[in-house]
Design a protein around this ligand. Structure first.
Ligand code: SF4
Length: 87
């Protein structure tokens, strides 16, 4: 039984998929078709980079800054309860 699904090169060159942008270079989701590079996961890669790092990117991850602050549990509980002043 023959499949009616278009070949990958036809699919990517149909105009629905836009070529990747500079920030995508190095990503594992890039596929090449008709001498252009496209994204397997997203049809408009430029939009994925507008607001920061693409959430599908395999080559870049957002930096998470972890700061360690020591909190005295007794003082924190007192502060949370409203803190009673001594008379
Ligand atoms: S997953 Fe994101 S970074 Fe990777 S090719 Fe697609 S749009 Fe570019």
């Amino acid at each position: 039984m023959a499949s009616n699904a278009p070949a990958a090169s036809e699919l990517y060159s149909s105009g629905f998929f836009h070529p990747i942008v500079e920030q995508c270079e190095g990503c594992e989701r890039i596929v090449e078709a008709n001498n252009n590079k496209y994204c397997q996961a997203y049809s408009f890669p430029e939009a994925k980079w507008r607001l920061g790092i693409c959430n599908f990117a395999t080559h870049k991850k957002p930096e998470i800054v972890v700061s360690t602050i020591k909190i005295n549990p007794l003082k924190a509980a007192k502060r949370a309860s409203g803190g009673k002043k001594k008379k």
